[in-house]
Write a protein of this length. Sequence first.
Length: 202
Amino acid sequence: MTAKGPSSGVLRDIKQALRTCAISQSLRRCWHRKKILLPGGEENLLNLGGNMRLKTKYFGEIEYEATDVLHFAKGIFAFEEEKRFLLLPFAGSDGTLLCLQSLATPGLAFVLMNPFSLWATYAPELTADELAELGVDDSHQLCYYVMCVVKSPVANSTLNLKCPVVINDETLQAMQVILENDDYGMRHLLSEFAAAEGAEKC
């Protein structure tokens, strides 16, 4: 199966919109804060280089190593058969806008965002069973990203804060969860997030 992705123009618009949003310096752990070299010599936050090659939806062909692969034992919601992914940042987004790229299906890629860059008080809490499955004792030991459905105009793009992608950056185990907190919905408009003081909303 393939997922319809945003056009490059819409992605540019999202990056521009993010620049007007309140960007916080979160203390949360971020898996993507590594170095990766993307095709064409463009240096991004990550540096994927290795003996395996993959055709991706947004980045062309890249090289990667086994240690770059995230493992989803239960897959992603509605894509339970997809177990292995790479997390790749879009250039120019300062690691706020990323791509979750399937290894098995080149045309399948999800747009993710770092939720803490938009909502500093975002506080996902996992159940005891979910923590055990990811091999940690506390929710703060994990990395969190939320899926973004990119639309035009960009202000109509939606974020799923209810069902974040959660990563243990030590073991590379990952899963998508449904949070019990009713404050988080599945379709928050990007325009909901207030801009920095003195600026307009996205």
